[in-house]
Design a protein around this ligand. Structure first.
Ligand code: ADP
Ligand code: MG
Length: 631
């Protein structure tokens, strides 16, 4: 390594951005475990810098300055207590060093701070994810020097950046014959252990095995100037599957996804023939903080013939698979491919179709072979995968068996039922797959709409995700069985209803004809119709929407999107045998009848949508009736 620097002008002092100061405090004072991640982050930055140079050199080979072999070197000095990480990649100009090593560029910094838990392990995992890796140097160093020279500029235009993390950093000119970046960490006393040949070597090995450039260290033994690579320096995905250990796959995931957690599953494939590419897809174990933010970055790391092209190439997977991370290396795309080109390319479209299948197959395999892991996946990403039911009709048959639901069949509210499970458990004579949408699984489970189905032992799926009603708008049937929302229209019990049920219902309708007519009159415009219910056992009445009317969940989604939703008029279904209704039938027309009729309607409304238009009036009405009871 070349240590020469010549300062030609006095050092200039700059203050760190406020967020960086916060961050540095955290690095210095709060992170004691997993301190070794600084190596992962700095090696990963060196690798990124080499990638960037290789990419730019495609159109301007002079940037190589004659040194085409891109490398990374790691060294230490046990006496001076320093560790040095060097690359011969793109390097930084003075302005770039000030911007990149003094501020945090990415959005979501506030989110980063709000997510800190004080739990060392969790907090240290956040560092890579939020693009603040460089600052992790201060976990082990109380002083950091960065010597950097941009590829293609004169040796005199090098820069020395230095900081003791005390709120400021300095920048000054330096003469640097070698292109790229050298970072010198002056270790804190408490981190001296890292300046040990054996310890350093094992860590560097661990964090560089998947790096596509040679990472070299000094040969062991007496003071030697000989360097030797400590990694394979072969892009992991280019190696044969059988030669890659699970440990290596996991390490690589952490590098690609900036996630300290282990992935749940992966799929590594090489496609040959007319179209040639290699893909390595991962399913993470945890959702990123911005999973539901529109502008969140997503997509695969794109390479063309081993050359890094871009991060977050989102064109290769549909939005509902945005949690999938990984790498795509194409042999066919042009090296100068841009995001715009990716959008129009028919090759890209074909790869997207194939990768979508592959990702869905990967999930299917996980569901089959490792149900516990799949349950963990579903908890984090189920609501995202459900978007696919509406967005990807071509793959609907693949997606449906991957869905998981809570069900009246289980005592727990955990989503464990699949559609095939449900169909296998259907009663003889049952023709519909019954479901209910509510604000929570618990609310769905105790809903009055389920009473008769429960008494007949018919299973009902319990939906409570905010996308559920929307999703069901796209689903007509599964395995030839139509879906049926139990809160809408007729229950369509078919053969589940025997002759006795039917004649009892007919009789109940006749008996209640007078009551129904009087209720209609009392409720007026509030209801479309009043009829005897076939779904109630213990509850006096419920409201039933017509098939196409938006339900409570859909109304909220539409309203949130700024659309006005006309009130849909429900029908009131009464449980004619219920004591309250029998009492009503015996109550003569007049003020008391009207009041009780309204109460029946309002409590049904409350059970259906969780709210009523005028709660104050409802409560007064209820208390008047209770008062009369007690008088
Ligand atoms: P990230 O790598 O996620 O962008 P970092 O905090 O690790 O975040 O690095 C911040 C920025 O500093 C990088 O994006 C890059 O522009 C610059 N940088 C860091 N290390 C190097 C390096 N070795 N060579 C060139 N630029 C670097
Ligand atoms: Mg980084």
């Amino acid at each position: 390594m070349n240590d020469t620097t010549a300062t030609t002008a006095p050092a200039e002092k700059h203050g760190f951005q406020a967020e960086v100061r916060e961050l540095l405090k955290l690095m210095i004072h709060s992170l004691y475990s997993h301190r070794e991640i600084f190596l992962r982050e700095l090696i990963s930055n060196a690798s990124d810098a080499n990638d960037k140079l290789r990419f730019l050199a495609l159109s301007d080979a002079s940037l190589y300055e004659g040194a085409t072999e891109l490398q990374i070197w790691v060294d230490h000095d046990a006496e001076k207590n320093t560790i040095t990480i060097r690359d011969n990649g793109i390097g930084m100009t003075r302005d770039e060093a000030i911007a990149h090593l003094g501020t945090i560029a990415k959005s979501g910094t506030a989110e980063f701070f709000s997510r800190l838990t004080g739990d060392q392990q969790k907090d240290s995992q956040l560092i890579g994810q939020f693009g603040v890796g460089f600052y992790s140097a201060f976990i082990v160093a109380d002083e950091v020097e960065v010597y950097t020279r941009k590829a293609g500029v004169a040796a005199n235009d090098g820069v020395r950046w230095a900081s003791k993390a005390d709120g400021d950093f300095t920048v000054e000119a330096a003469v640097l014959p070698e292109r790229g970046t050298r970072i010198v960490l002056h270790l804190k006393d408490a981190a001296k252990e890292f300046a040990d040949a054996w310890r350093l070597r094992s860590l560097v090995r661990r964090y560089s095995d998947h790096i596509a450039f040679p990472v070299s260290m000094r040969k062991e033994g007496e003071a030697t100037l000989d360097w030797e690579p400590v990694n394979q320096a072969k892009a992991l995905w280019t190696r044969a599957r059988s030669d890659i250990t699970d440990e290596e796959y996991r390490e690589f995931y952490q590098h690609v996804a900036h996630d300290f957690a282990e992935p749940l599953a992966w799929s590594h494939n090489k496609v040959e023939g007319k179209r040639e590419y290699t893909s390595l897809l991962y399913v993470p174990a945890r959702a990123p903080f911005d999973l539901f933010q529109r502008d969140a970055t997503r997509g695969l790391k794109l390479y063309v013939r081993r050359v890094f092209i871009m991060d977050d190439a989102e064109q290769f997977l549909p939005l509902y698979l945005r949690f999938v991370r990984g790498v795509l290396d194409s042999n066919d795309l042009p090296l100068n491919v841009s995001r715009e080109l990716l959008q129009q390319d028919s090759e890209v479209e074909a790869m997207r179709t194939a990768l979508t299948r592959r990702a869905l197959d990967l999930l299917g395999k996980l569901a089959k072979d490792e149900p516990e892991k799949y349950a963990a996946f579903w908890k984090e990403f189920g609501a995202v995968l459900k978007e696919g039911v509406g967005e990807d009709s071509g793959n609907r048959e693949r997606i449906l068996p991957l869905l998981r639901f809570a069900s009246t069949h289980d005592e727990s509210d955990a989503p464990t039922t699949t559609l095939p499970d449900y169909v296998a458990r259907m009663k003889t004579g049952q023709q519909r797959i019954y479901y209910i949408v509510a604000d929570s699984v618990a609310a769905a489970r105790s809903s009055p709409y389920l009473e008769v189905l429960k008494s007949k032992g018919v299973e009902v799926l319990l939906f409570a995700d905010r996308v559920d009603e929307w999703m069901m708008g796209y689903l007509r049937e599964f395995d030839g069985k139509r879906f049926k929302d139990v809160a809408r229209g007729d229950l369509e019990l078919g053969e589940l209803e025997d002759a006795a049920d039917k004649s009892a219902a007919e009789q109940a309708g006749k008996d209640a004809a007078d009551l129904i007519a009087r209720l209609k009159k009392a409720l007026g415009e509030r209801v479309l119709d009043v009829k005897v219910s076939g779904r109630l056992a213990d509850t006096p009445a419920c409201l039933v929407l017509a098939e196409g009317d938006p339900g409570a969940q859909m109304r909220r989604i539409l309203q949130a999107a700024g659309q006005s939703v006309p009130d849909s008029k429900p029908s009131l279904e009464i449980n004619a045998g219920h004591a309250l209704l029998r009492h009503l039938a015996a109550t003569p027309e007049g003020g008391e009848f009207d009041e009780l009729a309204l109460l029946v309607f309002e409590q049904a409304k409350l059970a259906e949508s969780g709210s009523i238009a005028n709660p104050g009036e409802f409560v007064r009405r209820l208390n008047r009736v209770l008062g009369r009871l007690m008088a």
